[in-house]
Design a protein around this ligand. Structure first.
Ligand SMILES: Cc1ncc(COP(=O)(O)O)c(C=O)c1O
Length: 365
């Protein structure tokens, strides 16, 4: 009985936004950034999860922590329907990073993986640590992914080409039809893994996405996530879309399935168009502000269609980042390949205004 009351009051607390009254402040202080810190370093989205996703998460966890069952199947069906695919063309995973890792393990056993030199690469590092060779192809002079060079690098030793569109950390988007042509040509030889973590934030998501090639049965896998647009990074839900045989191979290598709380939240917000529009709008407002901050200082940011902006600030980011951190603003650490390029993720508008003030001060001191 006492247990029942505690659970119910916890749920009510969460739903009423008063969870801090029932959860120890010490525990809460370990979740997310410290309130005195502005975290603009991890491409998160503080405008999510949607209130419906939060309610679903609270109510799902209030039922107990059973293994996920029907909810996973149901979410996969929703994803399949939205993308006009069969359910066996969808795999869900604990964040898209898990599906990416599963893919590089599956294909890495059969040959080298080609990727751009400057891209999201947690899964590529993982592949290397377990013995797969990763061939990194330099970006071109304007920091775009060099598709010609990547295509030219494909030979019999290669099993997969990975790229990310829009690319992280540049934020740049490859034109949809240009990438389609590349995928069709390269897909004749090896599987192309297109990471679309930020697709929904692009100016023209449908044109930019390679999901149509999946529908056509091309040798292409598309990865998506609930971490960015839906603001659910800590809830760990991502998914892969591909031909049946390719998805079977991804599924066979997945180790970490999503959890019931994340699944319930994802199910609640996947088709929540009002929230989706709100989230995109907030991210775009933030991006305009950050771009403006750079431009005012004579810095030209790279054109981004994501929730982050990269800019060459003309000085070593290593020191700059530390000085920003001393003022409680976290931006991404320096990149070894491009030591003068600073990446700033979107935060709430009030956080970005604080960033703007500190950036100007540190930059001009
Ligand atoms: C391009 C890209 N792919 C995948 C991920 C992994 O996202 P998650 O595992 O949270 O879905 C990220 C995270 O920043 C990313 O930037």
């Amino acid at each position: 009985m006492a247990m029942e009351i505690t659970r119910r009051s916890l749920l009510n607390g969460i739903l009423l936004g008063t969870a801090s009254m029932t959860v120890s402040p010490t525990v809460l202080s370990m979740v997310g950034p410290n309130p005195s810190i502005v975290r603009l370093s991890a491409n998160e989205n503080p405008y999510g999860p949607s209130s419906n996703a939060l309610k679903a998460a609270a109510q799902a966890s209030n039922k107990g922590a059973y293994y996920p069952g029907k909810i996973a199947a149901e979410l996969m069906q929703m994803i399949a329907d939205k993308n006009k695919l069969e359910v066996n063309q969808v795999a869900i995973s604990s964040g898209s990073n898990e599906a990416l890792s599963a893919a590089v393990v599956g294909w890495g056993k059969e040959g080298q993986i080609i990727s751009p030199s400057f891209t999201y690469d947690l899964h590529l590092g993982y592949a290397q640590r377990i013995g797969t060779k990763v061939l990194r192809v330099p970006l071109d002079n304007d920091m775009s992914i060099d598709l010609d060079a990547m295509q030219a690098a494909v030979d019999k030793s290669v099993s997969m080409v990975y790229l990310c569109n829009p690319n992280n950390p540049t934020g740049k988007t490859i034109d949809g039809d240009t990438l389609r042509k590349f995928c069709r040509a390269v897909g004749k030889k090896v599987t192309v893994l297109v990471d679309e973590a930020y697709n929904e934030l692009t100016d023209n998501p449908e044109y930019t996405s390679m999901v149509d090639l999946v529908r056509e049965g091309e040798n292409v896998i598309v990865m998506r996530t609930f971490s960015k647009l839906y603001g659910m990074a800590g809830m760990r839900v991502g998914y892969a879309l591909g031909r049946k045989d390719l998805i079977k191979k991804v599924r066979n290598h997945i180790m970490a399935w999503p959890n019931i709380v994340g699944l319930a939240a994802a199910h609640a917000c996947y088709n929540e168009n009002d929230f989706i529009e709100y989230s995109i709008d907030k991210i775009n407002q933030g991006r305009d502000l950050v771009n403006e901050v750079f431009i005012q200082q004579g810095i030209e940011p790279l054109p981004s269609e994501t929730n982050f902006v990269l800019a060459d600030i003309g000085r070593d980011v290593k020191d700059f980042e530390i000085r920003m951190r001393q003022e409680n603003i976290l931006v991404h650490r320096a990149y070894s390949l491009y030591p003068n390029h600073l990446r700033v993720s979107m935060g709430k508008m009030e956080d970005l205004r604080e960033f703007a003030e500190v950036f100007k001060r540190v930059y001009n001191s």
